[in-house]
Design a protein around this ligand. Structure first.
Ligand SMILES: Cc1cc2nc3c(=O)[nH]c(=O)nc-3n(C[C@H](O)[C@H](O)[C@H](O)COP(=O)(O)OP(=O)(O)OC[C@H]3O[C@@H](n4cnc5c(N)ncnc54)[C@H](O)[C@@H]3O)c2cc1C
Length: 417
């Protein structure tokens, strides 16, 4: 089911559109993304029976696939019957080529300007030229990993829905996709956040006559040359856009709450220390265990004071304005009557977890998140989420994958021994 990959240029940019805050679900055949990529709706077929299905082949999905291989699971093939007793797995990925969300990142995000990318298991990332585009380097690294471990990744396969085929834990899940129906005894969901950009609602957004972008479809600085650009958001993506766009345009930075600056223990690099990383992980884990939605990274870390952010400050890019009251055809207006005119707006307002295909399972807690016990859904050890909550980083994915596969093996041993 591997398909020929189109050229890189064809994959580079996501759909241009005005962010409205209300996104058509990816599972709808009317979604422009679905139509543009030609996925179509779910295709009916007799179920392909697999033990474990991994959904998504970004860093999290690849770590999960590696662990399944390491523990003796065999890649599913529709043309081959597995040996009796052998356990099978498959990875279903909506992309046309390896790289997960990294292949869609903007051209000026380079290996020198990302925070840090952790090694995939058993396959060191090695040294990278800091000027190389992350959207080239990382997908190439992922592709080499997929080949080295001969991972059974089917793409482009969009998962439309996951449902239960009966009550209790002995009935398999039914996974409806653009490549037919699969049945699975366990699911490892690794679908990330990139396909769910979040834009908060502000009155007047539809009346603004300029162009609006989100981090997800940020085209790089050249589109803004000579303009006045308002960048909204208090996280690292907003700083990254300010850095880029500030070199070619006049910028205005707007955040909902005043930025919380913290002195970095790593003043010369952009990444977090191991101690900072584990502190965030602990905080996020506690929230997710209660079924609360995970918070944005910046809420746990604040913004670092390091060489990079000092340089932004020295360039005069960090004068921050509070949130406006509403947008106008020309720009924005504040409650005190102060107004600005801008040519473009960039919403660096984050992402939500892509979990829409799991809606039929009814996993949401009354608090709006999915309550997890380690990596699995509370009450159902056959459904694991990696890249969600505490494991939403390239480092966290690897440990989470190990734990998820160990737990799935236990469940399969108990239920189907
Ligand atoms: C701008 C930006 C910069 C970042 N920089 C860093 C960094 O420097 N270091 C770091 O550790 N983290 C960074 N992160 C966080 C980073 O995205 C994660 O750490 C990690 O790469 C996410 O991996 P993932 O596998 O969870 O998701 P993704 O890479 O998003 O992969 C998810 C995969 O699932 C597929 N998928 C989604 N829905 C479906 C479906 N219904 N059916 C089938 N397939 C589906 C997608 O097509 C995709 O291939 C950054 C995030 C952003 C937004």
């Amino acid at each position: 089911m591997r398909v020929t990959e189109p050229g890189r240029g064809a994959q580079r940019r996501s759909v241009a559109r005005i962010p409205s805050g209300a996104y058509v679900p990816l599972v709808s055949p009317h979604d422009p993304l679905v139509q543009r990529r030609g996925y179509g709706g779910p295709r009916d077929s007799a179920p392909h029976a697999v033990d474990v299905i991994v959904i998504g082949a970004g860093q999290a999905g690849l770590c999960a696939a590696y662990e399944l291989r390491r523990r003796g699971f065999i890649g599913y093939s529709p043309d081959r019957t597995a040996q009796p007793g052998a356990r099978t797995f498959v990875v279903l990925d909506a992309e046309f080529r390896p790289g997960g969300a990294w292949q869609h990142r903007w051209p000026t995000l380079t290996m020198g300007s990302i925070n840090h990318i952790a090694d995939l298991p058993g396959f060191p990332v090695g040294s990278a030229d800091p000027s190389q585009e992350a959207a080239d380097f990382i997908p190439t690294y992922f592709a080499e990993f997929e080949d080295a471990f001969d991972l059974p990744i089917f793409r482009p396969v969009l998962v439309h829905s996951v449902t239960r085929s009966g009550p209790g834990n002995a009935h398999p899940f039914l996974v409806r996709t653009t490549a037919g129906t699969f049945s699975a005894r366990a699911i490892i969901n690794c679908t990330g956040t990139w396909t769910r950009p979040f834009v908060p609602y502000y009155p007047g957004a539809a009346s603004f006559r300029g162009r609006q972008f989100h981090t997800q479809d940020y085209p790089g600085p050249r589109a803004f040359e000579g303009q006045r650009v308002m960048i909204i958001g208090g996280g690292i993506s907003a700083l990254s856009h300010l850095d880029d766009v500030g070199a070619v345009a006049r910028t205005l930075w707007v955040t909902r709450t005043p930025p919380r600056w913290r002195r970095s223990a790593h003043p010369h690099s952009r990444g977090l220390t191991a101690k900072e990383g584990s502190l965030i992980e602990m905080k996020v884990r506690a929230r997710v265990a209660e079924g609360l939605p995970p918070l944005p990274v910046v809420a746990a870390t604040g913004l670092p004071i390091n060489d990079w952010t000092r340089s932004l400050h020295d360039r005069g890019l960090l004068h921050r304005m509070p949130m406006f009251e509403r947008l106008t055809p020309e720009g924005a207006i504040w409650a005190d009557g102060h107004s600005v005119s801008v040519d473009s707006i960039i919403w660096a307002t984050g992402f939500r977890a892509e979990l829409r295909h799991l809606v039929p399972l009814g996993l949401r807690s009354p608090h709006g998140g999915i309550a997890l016990d380690d990596t699995h859904v509370k009450g159902d050890p056959r459904i694991h989420l990696i890249g969600y909550g505490p494991s939403a980083s390239t480092i966290g994915a690897r440990t989470a994958a190990r734990s998820a596969v160990r737990s799935i093996q236990d469940v399969l041993d108990r239920t189907y021994a």
